[in-house]
Write a protein that binds this ligand. Structure first.
Ligand code: FES
Ligand SMILES: [Fe+2]
Length: 349
């Protein structure tokens, strides 16, 4: 059985890049252990419903669109994109059944900057109102992210998050010759501050042993934010007027798998003429993480004792503490108070 504390509730989870959700298509997907069917209504607006027909529970994602409704593949019940039953074909005319009383749970769903997000509530009450707005992806409303890559890590959300925010694996996992070299290790000192749902490494100049930044001329600075349930946002400013937003987001599918997606936005022309090499670089990074995660999942099979040691593992400790306090705040219906205090961390990479 899944540990109920593995998934945080009352939060927005990344579902997928909007380009993967086509008109007239139903997409079934597991998010935080819940089976959800996604689609677009006749206006192209994304929606999300529990992926079980209210009749006998067949996945609605196995059905199809019929005009403005979703039709179940088993007995043809039709549901609006709001989850309300519209028609039961087998009922004889003139009956007394009020089909509009039959409902499939509708999840709050929002598309922001070309990415689709779903809100997983603690309690599945009808017309549930999200307790917080979808994440701010720090991009103007009319702008869209490009999709770099999606991979499935063979790990639960906690190991995946820790792999994402862990500074000390970079030296050993991501030592591409043209990016950075393991030989030139440096003591790093980074300032951190709390954010509403996590923490950020405050704006700083990127380290000199990251050659990748070398191609970006003229006063480069970066700010890296991590927020629950698993969103890492890197905001790079180049000179006065250019920016890059690189977001890596984790979606727990179930206790064994977590999806990692990398999305990217840039005001520079590189989004055109340098896009393919850049995309390859992004894919290579993710491939390196995936490689070490496969080894990790082998190691975890024997349920070893794990440890979090010193400043390189401090962000992982913060994550667990934020998670614990978020869960308690939801249960007691209290505001969440972030336990992270501004502080400086050191590590060698
Ligand atoms: S199970 Fe869906 S219509 Fe019967
Ligand atoms: Fe990594």
């Amino acid at each position: 059985m899944t540990d109920p504390s593995l998934y945080l509730k009352n939060l927005w989870y990344f579902a997928f890049h909007g380009s993967l959700l086509k008109n007239e298509k139903l997409v079934g997907k597991e998010v935080a252990g819940e089976k959800i069917v996604f689609g677009r209504d006749k206006n192209g607006v994304a929606f999300a419903l529990r992926d079980n027909c209210a009749h006998r529970g067949v996945p609605l994602s196995q059905g199809w669109f019929k005009n403005d409704t979703i039709q179940c593949c088993y007995h043809g019940w039709e549901f609006g994109t709001d989850g309300v039953c519209k028609n039961i074909p087998a009922l004889p005319p003139g009956g007394t059944v009020d089909v509009s009383k039959i409902k499939v749970f509708q999840y709050p769903c929002k598309e922001i900057n070309g990415t689709v997000w779903v809100y997983i509530p603690e309690k599945k009450l009808p017309n549930v109102e999200p307790k917080l707005p979808p994440p701010d992806l720090i991009l103007a409303k009319d702008k869209k992210f490009l999709h770099v890559e999606t991979v499935t890590l063979p790990a639960d959300i906690d190991h995946s998050v820790i792999g994402l925010i862990d500074p000390s694996h970079v030296t050993f996992v991501h030592q591409s010759w043209y990016w950075r070299s393991a030989k030139k290790l440096k003591l790093k000192e980074k300032k951190f501050e709390p954010t509403p749902l996590g923490f950020k490494m405050v704006r700083h100049e990127p380290s000199k042993n990251s050659k990748g930044y070398g191609i970006l001329k003229g006063g480069t600075s970066t700010e890296i934010t991590f927020e629950i349930p698993g969103i890492r946002t890197e905001h790079i400013k180049i000179g006065e007027k250019h920016e890059i937003i690189s977001i890596t987001v984790l979606t727990p599918l179930n206790e064994k798998e977590t999806e990692l997606t990398h999305i990217f936005y840039s005001t520079l022309a590189i989004s055109r003429w340098l896009w393919w090499p850049l995309k390859r670089l992004g894919k290579q990074f993710i491939g390196q993480d995936l490689g070490v995660f496969r080894k990790l999942s082998e190691g975890l099979k024997s349920k070893p004792t794990l440890s979090l040691i010193g400043e390189p593992d401090m962000q992982a400790r913060w994550y667990y503490e934020i998670k614990r306090l978020w869960a308690i705040a939801q249960q007691n219906n209290e505001p969440f108070v972030n336990p992270v205090k501004p502080q400086t961390l050191h590590w060698v990479t």
